[in-house]
Design a protein around this ligand. Sequence first.
Ligand SMILES: Cc1ncc(COP(=O)(O)O)c(C=O)c1O
Length: 416
Amino acid sequence: MESYVNNSDFFKGNNPEDLVAQYGSPLYVYNEEILRTHMDAVAKVITKYPYTANYSIKANSNLHILKLALEEGNNCDAMGIGEMSMLLAAGFPTDRIFFVSNNVSAEELQFAIDHNIMTSLDSLCQLELFGTLNPGGKCAVRINPGVGAGHHDKVITAGKKTKFGIAEEDIDQIFEIAKKYNLTIAGINQHIGSLFMDPEPYLKAVTNLLRIAMRFENLEFIDFGGGYGIPYHKLDDEAEYNMEDFKKRLEPILDKFVEEYGSAPLFKSEPGRYCVAEGCVILGRVQSVKQNAGKKYVGTDIGMNVLVRPSMYDSWHDVEVLRDGKVVPRTDLEEVTVTGNICESGDLLAKDRMLPKMQRGDLACVLDAGAYGYSMASPYNSRPRPAEVMIQKDGSVKLIRRRETVEDLLRYMQEV
Ligand SMILES: Cc1ncc(COP(=O)(O)O)c(C=O)c1O
């Protein structure tokens, strides 16, 4: 496609230059309609049996985005006290929150117990801790189904090389600990990794988890995890994750299980990226253009502090070039490396990329930035984090997080 922001009418008539003039650069810009469409789609992955999609808020925990998830009927998962607190602040009732814990403190478990938030334990050791804190209580356990998948080794969370989950061979010990503390294992969950476009490994993991589920009596829920991908190469016409095909292939696996198990527990999934990635772009100013050893570098203010994915995972984000608020057509292209303004040579946003010729003063518009964008941003180099705005359905612009200031950064320091 020539331009995602034009095709999707992303800015809904707002001039990106005006947005940056008002809220500063760089700027996270969300589109409410696109976010809602994706949240609605995940809520309908399973229609034949009781089902909820738990939006995984690590992808993006801005309260205004959580509010959309609440309104679209998504439940949510949380990784710790911080994320549980965000959900409570956004208005989620505790029975719509699932605490998918990993190596957490007794204090974090106690917070969930006190708030009556269903918690999944990720190891026998943590199950034992939960048992001591909450004898007679209810919980879930995270199973490693033996199959992993994802866009990078760092985000594959099942299979042989991972810290996550309880192995199938240890399941008898789950029952022993549960008996010791009179715990009810109400659910089992898994998450095999993040970002796959081929559903095959996920379906295999679902099949494995359901086979393992047969060993648990009276399960109230089974959670298959998240990971559905989005097309990061959309300007090169990469296809969307085929949700319809995925649903068709998932259903017979569930049918077989329900028949053998004798009842249908509540099925759950935990998508993060799919819900929020495509509903956001980052606008950032081109500050300089230069040649180094025959290579052309375009220096922007979108550093790895603003979007870490390219530096951390070598992730690809499409970039559009805006001049005077309009998309520059992709006709006269040249190879450039787009960088940020951080003092690291790994601060690369787009390496050796064919882009329209850029000049100082242009805006770089980074696509698909809504997942693991702001939520992984940092004040590295003491650069305050950017503002976030949402283009609402009616085209009006809402500030959903103000720009951080240097005063904010100084606030937590003790006096010198
Ligand atoms: C336990 C768990 N659930 C869900 C997710 C969401 O994954 P994704 O954003 O790829 O859908 C993650 C991501 O790391 C996770 O660790």
